[in-house]
Ligand binder design. Structure first.
Ligand SMILES: Cc1ncc(COP(=O)(O)O)c(C=O)c1O
Length: 398
């Protein structure tokens, strides 16, 4: 592969998003190539030996690395401001590896109880089976963090804004508490996206993504990524991923490379639309409660403002009339789709009680603020006036 001489000037973020990691083949294609291969060949036995020994650079096997996957990893690392990145086959592959690789039996994990339900399953069901003790706290309450970490902690997994009510966890404050107790801070940064929030700058050690959301941005692929210091990724994560096998497909990596070219433009436009839609929804008499991180009335607005550049692409609100009202609203939508995915160009609305959060008990749902009337709305790239009209008309029908 050939590379043009890198620019002698430091490049700005949007330029890195279009050109970061670009490694052209000898054909000098404009667009990044898809290296759809599971293996690699060597000119001589000695070359194979040197590649395996790591004394000569180069790829050895698709589960260990691939040129298209590497372009994606380098481009995402540039956006995140991380030393390195490792791609994975899905967001849950990234988060489960980010959590499991550093842990051993007898360790203690502290985490907020408001998070994506598969992550909660990982903490509540899987980790205890391997002898890891897990304490769940209210993520916004620093006193609860201090109390839970008092006797030591090996790792925390934070999601902020959190699914689905968009609560904030103060990454800097929690990192300080967890580091003082000897633990590693992993942030699931899916809801904010790397455009709006870079947890490493606030003291976190590891950032994990479902690239299925804003990084793809058009709902085509599953993928994930783990980012952090080169030392941490080499010492803790690289062998874990190589030998457990959640490799990112080269084709999906290529889709994600192209997604990164437009992510900043997309996410900023989606945030502007979400802010306008949130205001329209909050003013509607059928909306009894609304959470949008960019609004001054969000209970955690101050923390969101401190660590997020804009208000985000997600809105959470309660429709009057409980589950019945929420379902009527969803069924009356004509533009916005009913779907549990998020971060897509298409606006998507979901009913957490009966979809993403149905595994929880009613009591646990109540503790994180999910009611029968709760709707989570992921704002896309349609004309915002069509979205406002669609949502307001559907609310009128409730
Ligand atoms: C906050 C959050 N984390 C992790 C995931 C898991 O990602 P994936 O579906 O790509 O495995 C999702 C969505 O599914 C999510 O919303």
């Amino acid at each position: 592969m050939t590379k043009r001489t890198p620019s002698s000037r430091p490049l700005r973020r949007q330029t890195k998003l279009v050109r970061g990691g670009l490694a052209r083949s000898p054909f000098m294609e404009t667009s990044e190539a898809i290296y759809m291969t599971s293996g690699f060949v060597y000119d001589t036995a000695a070359e194979a030996d040197a590649r395996f020994a790591g004394t000569e650079p180069g790829f050895v096997y698709g589960r260990y690395g691939n040129p298209t996957v590497r372009m994606f990893e380098e481009r995402l690392a540039a956006l995140e401001g991380a030393e390195d990145c490792l791609g994975t086959s899905s967001g849950m592959a990234a988060i489960s590896a980010a959590v499991m690789a550093p842990l051993k039996a007898g360790d203690h994990v502290v985490a907020p109880r408001a998070m994506f339900s598969s992550c909660l399953w990982l903490l509540e069901v899987l980790l205890p089976r391997f002898g890891v003790r897990v304490t769940l706290v209210d993520g916004h309450d620093l006193e609860q963090w201090r109390a839970a970490c008092k006797d030591g902690v090996a790792l925390t997994l934070i999601e902020t804004p959190a699914n689905p009510t968009l609560g904030a966890v103060d990454i800097a404050a929690v990192s300080e508490i967890v580091h003082a107790a000897g633990g590693l801070v992993v942030v699931d940064n899916v809801f904010a996206s790397p455009v709006l929030q870079n947890p490493l700058k606030h003291g976190a050690d590891v950032v994990a993504y479902s690239t299925t959301k804003h990084i793809d941005g058009q709902g085509r692929t599953l993928g994930g990524a783990i980012l952090g210091s080169a030392k941490l990724l080499t010492d803790v994560y690289r062998d874990h991923l190589r030998h457990t096998g959640p490799a990112l497909s080269p084709f999906n990596a290529w889709v994600l490379v192209k997604g990164l070219e437009t992510i900043q433009l997309r996410v900023e436009a989606q945030c502007r639309a979400a802010a306008k839609l949130a205001d329209a929804l909050a003013a509607h008499p059928k909306v009894s409660r609304l959470f949008y991180p960019g609004r001054a009335d969000h209970p955690h607005a101050e923390v969101h403002r401190k660590q997020m550049a804009m208000g985000g692409t997600l809105i959470c609100f309660d429709v009057a009339g409980g589950r019945d009202g929420a379902w009527r609203f969803l069924d009356a939508l004509e533009v916005i789709d009913i779907s549990n995915n998020l971060g897509d160009a298409k606006s998507l609305a979901t009913h957490p009680e009966t979809t993403t959060h149905r595994r929880m008990t009613a009591e646990d749902r109540a503790r994180i603020g999910v009611t029968g009337g709760t709707i989570r709305l992921s704002v896309g790239l349609e004309d915002v006036d069509d979205l406002v009209e669609d949502a307001v008309t559907a609310l009128d029908a409730v």
